[in-house]
Design a protein around this ligand. Structure first.
Ligand SMILES: Cc1cc2nc3c(=O)[nH]c(=O)nc-3n(C[C@H](O)[C@H](O)[C@H](O)COP(=O)(O)OP(=O)(O)OC[C@H]3O[C@@H](n4cnc5c(N)ncnc54)[C@H](O)[C@@H]3O)c2cc1C
Length: 381
C-alpha cells in the first residue's frame, strides 16, 4: 500500500501547520481559558478555504480527500483542540448532510456559504432523553399549512449559537402517511420564529467550543427546508456520523501528538537527582509507549480515510479508528501530565488543557461503547 500524501494533501497540511503555529497556537488558548468560541479565527480559516474541506469546488469548497482532511487535522489540532473541534464539526456533520442529501437549490442556499467560510454549520441529533439511542428522540415535525411545524429540544449542539452560525440541520420524528413512525432532517435557520438557543454549556474541556441547548417552540418551516428523504432521515444522519468518527479519530491523533511533544520537551529540561528526567527509564518508557500507540492509531485512522476515499466500505474501520485513537489520547494525556508532575496539574500549563480536552473524544459522535456495538455488528453479532 502507498499511504504517502499527494502534493495537494501535503500542501494543505503545510498550510495548516503554518496557520496553526502562527495564529491558532498564539490566540486560541486565551479563548479556551475565557470559555469563548473564537469565530474570528474560524473566519480566517474560512478565508483559506479550510471550511469547505470536503465539499467539491462547484459548491464553494476545495474538494479535499478524507486523507488530506486527516493530515490537515493533525496539524491544526496540536495547536488547539477547541478550534479544531469546531472546525471538524462544521466540515463533517455540519456541512455533509447538506451536500449528501440536499437538492441543488438547498446546496446553493445553505451549503455554499458554509463551504466558502461565511457561516458555521451545526448538526442537531442529541436530546436530553436521547443520546446514544437516536431513535428515542422526541422532537417532532408535523405537516402544517404546506410546511412543517417543529416542536422539541436538542442538547449539546455545537456551532449553533455563535455570531457565525447559520442555524442547524436537525433530526425530528415524523409519521408516514400510514401513521408509522419515521424520522426526517430539516434545516432551521437562525432567526426563525420559535427557534432559540440556551447559554453556552460549561464543559471540562473544549472550552472554546460553542455547545448549547436548542429549543423549538412551534417553529414553522416550509417544505423546501426538508432535507433528503422524509422516511429515512435517521439513516441519513447516521451516515454522516460515519465520517465524523474518522474526524474524531484524527482529532485524537493531534491531541496525542501535542501531549507527546510537550512531555518530551519537559522531560529533557526538567532536572531531578542531578539529571534531566528524560534519562530515567521509567520516563523514557512512557514516551516510547505513547509514540508507539500513536503510530498504531495513526495508521488505523489513515486507513479508514483511505477506504472512504477509494469508495470501499469503511464503517468498521472508522469505528475502530475512533475507538483506538480516543483511548490512546485520554491515556496519553494522563501519562503526559504524570511526566510533568505538579506543573502538569496546573491549569495554566498547556498539558493540563489537553488533559481536560481529551475525555470528550471518548464521548462525542458516538461513545466508545457505541463504537464497540458498531464493530461487533460488523463482525456479525
Ligand atoms: C462537547 C460536546 C459536543 C457535542 N456536540 C454535539 C453536536 O454537535 N450534535 C449532536 O447531536 N450531539 C452532540 N453531542 C452529544 C454527543 O454526541 C452525546 O453526548 C453522545 O452521543 C452520548 O449521548 P449521551 O450524552 O446522551 O449519553 P447516553 O447515551 O445517555 O450514554 C450514557 C452512557 O451509557 C452508555 N450506553 C448507552 N447505550 C449503550 C448501549 N446500548 N450499550 C452499552 N453502553 C451504552 C454510553 O456509552 C455512555 O457511557 C456533543 C456532546 C459533547 C459532550
Amino acid at each position: 500500500m502507498d499511504l504517502s500524501l499527494t502534493d495537494a494533501e501535503r500542501d494543505l497540511a503545510e498550510l495548516c501547520r503554518e496557520f496553526a503555529r502562527k495564529e491558532i497556537a498564539v490566540r486560541a488558548p486565551r479563548a479556551w481559558y475565557e470559555g469563548r468560541c473564537d469565530t474570528d479565527l474560524l473566519r480566517e480559516m474560512g478565508g483559506l478555504g479550510l471550511l469547505g474541506m470536503l465539499v467539491p469546488p462547484e459548491w464553494g469548497g476545495i474538494g479535499m480527500s478524507t486523507v488530506g482532511f486527516v493530515a490537515a487535522m493533525e496539524q491544526l489540532g496540536v495547536a488547539d483542540q477547541s478550534v479544531a473541534a469546531a472546525w471538524q464539526a462544521h466540515v463533517t456533520i455540519g456541512s455533509l448532510p447538506l451536500y449528501l442529501f440536499g437538492t441543488d437549490e438547498q446546496r446553493e442556499r445553505w451549503l455554499r456559504p458554509l463551504a466558502e467560510g461565511r457561516a458555521l454549520g451545526a448538526f442537531g441529533l442529541t436530546e436530553p432523553g436521547a443520546g446514544s439511542d437516536a431513535r428515542g428522540i422526541r422532537t417532532r415535525a408535523e405537516r402544517r399549512d404546506g410546511g412543517w411545524l417543529i416542536n422539541g429540544r436538542k442538547t449539546f449542539i455545537s456551532n449553533a449559537g455563535t455570531d457565525m452560525s447559520f442555524g442547524v440541520t436537525l433530526l425530528a420524528r415524523t409519521e408516514t402517511p400510514g401513521g408509522e413512525p419515521a424520522y426526517a432532517n430539516f434545516v432551521v435557520e437562525r432567526g426563525t420564529p420559535g427557534f432559540t438557543t440556551g447559554p453556552k454549556l460549561n464543559g471540562i474541556g473544549w472550552r472554546g467550543l460553542d455547545t448549547r441547548e436548542l429549543f423549538f417552540d412551534d417553529v414553522w418551516v416550509p417544505d423546501d427546508h426538508l432535507l433528503g428523504d422524509p422516511a429515512t432521515g435517521l439513516g441519513q444522519f447516521l451516515r454522516t456520523l460515519e465520517v465524523g468518527r474518522i474526524s474524531i479519530a484524527a482529532l485524537s491523533l493531534s491531541l496525542t501528538q501535542a501531549v507527546l511533544d510537550l512531555a518530551t520537551g519537559y522531560a529533557r529540561e526538567r532536572v531531578q537527582f542531578g539529571q534531566p528526567i528524560s534519562r530515567f527509564q521509567a520516563i523514557q518508557f512512557k514516551l516510547a509507549d505513547i509514540a508507539t500507540e500513536l503510530e498504531a492509531a495513526r495508521w488505523l485512522t489513515y486507513r479508514a480515510a483511505w477506504l472512504r476515499d477509494t469508495g470501499r466500505p469503511f464503517v468498521k474501520e472508522a469505528a475502530m479508528a475512533k475507538l483506538k485513537a480516543s483511548r490512546v489520547a485520554t491515556w496519553a494525556a494522563s501519562e503526559a501530565v504524570q511526566v510533568h508532575g505538579g506543573t502538569g496539574y496546573m491549569l495554566d500549563s498547556p498539558v493540563a488543557r489537553f488533559y481536560c480536552d481529551a475525555k470528550v473524544l471518548e464521548i462525542g459522535e458516538g461513545t466508545n461503547e457505541i463504537q464497540h456495538l458498531v464493530i461487533a455488528r460488523q463482525l456479525g453479532c
